[in-house]
Design a protein around this ligand. Sequence first.
Ligand SMILES: NC(=O)c1ccc[n+]([C@@H]2O[C@H](COP(=O)([O-])OP(=O)(O)OC[C@H]3O[C@@H](n4cnc5c(N)ncnc54)[C@H](O)[C@@H]3O)[C@@H](O)[C@H]2O)c1
Length: 247
Amino acid sequence: MKDLKGKVAIVTGSAGGIGEATAFAIAKEEAEGVIVSDLNSDRGNEVAEMIRKETKAKCEFIKTDISDITDIKNLFDKTLKLFGRIDILVNCAGICDTFPIEEIDEKQWDKMLKVNLRGTYLCCREALILMKKAKYGKIVNVTSISGQIGGIATGIDYCTSKGGIITLTMSLAKIGGPYNINVNAVSPGFVDTEMTKEFTHFNPESVPLRRIGKPEDVADVIVFLASEKSRYVTGAIINVNGGVFMG
Ligand SMILES: NC(=O)c1ccc[n+]([C@@H]2O[C@H](COP(=O)([O-])OP(=O)(O)OC[C@H]3O[C@@H](n4cnc5c(N)ncnc54)[C@H](O)[C@@H]3O)[C@@H](O)[C@H]2O)c1
């Protein structure tokens, strides 16, 4: 039997990159339903269409800006109407920058934290409220190596937002544990996506596994964390970085 047979999942930020690979990977594990959620409607609809064609999962695109609570409530309401429950939430939506500190003013800081940290929190909150009632749930957040050790190329606002996701994940794991809800995070290193296309300086030879990560490398670990195979894992931050940081 496939690992996610019959499950219903929401994947935010799944119009591209790690989120897209994750939505596909979940659908391929025979999930009943996968919600592709993103700001980008054109690409989001295309991804949902491809998943419907290539897998047996019921898949819909729901346009969502995770910095907007009305959009988030709509995402959860529509998913509940379609499937009657939400078993899995994967928070992939995020933004990144490479600004020096001189250019990270209060507006930039607030924008970054509003999307990456507040958006992730609000999606977790909506899911946790439903999952507590169901006494079942799997939440997987996406942090970053720069949230663990600070950034080299990425802005301090991005690193801080990702560090916050680590604390958020551990705190929610404690709240969710008594209700059979696992809350974990993956922490990618350098992964080849739209987000990193400008990071041309990165040398694969600096990675112990000698290559840059692929979205599927991260998606497969997310599937594990969304499955029963990780039933006794919660509050964990799993490095998916080819060995660049081992902590
Ligand atoms: N690529 C990497 O090397 C890397 C490393 C560490 C962590 N991450 C994290 O992985 C996650 C996925 O990133 P990716 O590399 O696949 O990048 P990506 O840019 O391909 O994907 C991010 C997706 O999030 C969506 N998005 C942005 N703002 C949004 C908003 N307000 N509401 C809803 N959707 C929004 C984008 O439209 C996009 O589809 C991000 O949280 C990122 O910080 C990526």
